[in-house]
Design a protein around this ligand. Structure first.
Ligand code: HEM
Length: 203
């Protein structure tokens, strides 16, 4: 049976996804330099690029949150535990035996149940951790005025921020691997570039 083609990622969504990916890659590279993992641009330059990328990403998110709510696309991230076990079995075993994909992608349901959980974890766990600690870092000079110096230590904020950095790096590698598991190796990536995805016919 021939694969069907569906228009899945709208123009703004693709713009948002790739600019976010680029900014996060810049933040990972500069962040681990600030952390002391290696020396590439020099500490001061790494700090200023990291902060500039953070402000740019916050601006991008302001527009994206508006877009998600006005288009109703935010519903795509609502978690569902239905078929999660089937997805885990597929990624652990089925995929290596050419078993049929347990999820059929449609325009109204573009993420499989495991993707929904992963994106929700990114949004509800990793993002608050990394952004909360990052903003506290950025406004460290204002802590005494805000009374935060009595309740927070710079060390705990640094540990939380580094933990967030490791988690997002783990997300990044798992995410890139999983994007190659579509109908063909590049089916999902092509969809995120052109908007159109080839999906396997429904079984
Ligand atoms: C850390 C940086 C990244 C983050 C935070 C991120 C986040 C996301 C999110 C939230 C989605 C869902 C988009 C939606 O709801 O429309 C998504 C989808 C996708 N991402 Fe990323 N992404 C990142 C980097 C990348 C990279 C480097 C690639 C390329 C290899 C990539 C390829 C894709 C593809 C192909 C999809 C669509 C998956 C599908 O259709 O099943 N992403 N990403």
């Amino acid at each position: 049976m021939n694969a069907e083609r569906i228009y899945i990622y709208k123009r703004y969504e693709r713009f948002w996804h790739w600019s976010q990916a680029l900014l996060i890659i810049v933040m990972m590279v500069t962040g681990f330099e600030v952390h002391g993992s290696y020396s590439l641009l020099g500490f001061a330059k790494a700090v200023s690029i990291h902060s500039l990328a953070a402000w740019t990403l916050l601006t991008l998110w302001a527009f994206t949150i508006f877009w998600q709510f006005t288009t109703g696309e935010w519903r795509q991230y609502l978690p569902s535990l239905k078929n999660v076990a089937a997805m885990i079995r597929y990624y652990a075993f089925g995929i290596f035996r050419d078993a049929p994909h347990p999820f059929h992608k449609t325009v109204v349901q573009k993420h499989n149940p495991l993707q929904r959980l992963a994106y929700l974890a990114l949004l509800a766990v990793i993002s608050p951790l990394i952004w909360g600690s990052g903003l506290l870092y950025l406004f460290y000079a204002d802590w005494p005025r805000l009374g935060l110096d009595a309740v927070l230590s710079l060390e705990s904020v640094a540990v939380a921020h580094a933990l967030g950095g490791y988690l997002i790096t783990a997300f990044f590698f798992i995410h890139v691997y999983l994007t190659t598991t579509g109908h063909t190796v590049f089916a999902h990536i092509k969809a995120m570039i052109t908007g159109w995805e080839e999906v396997a016919p429904k079984h």
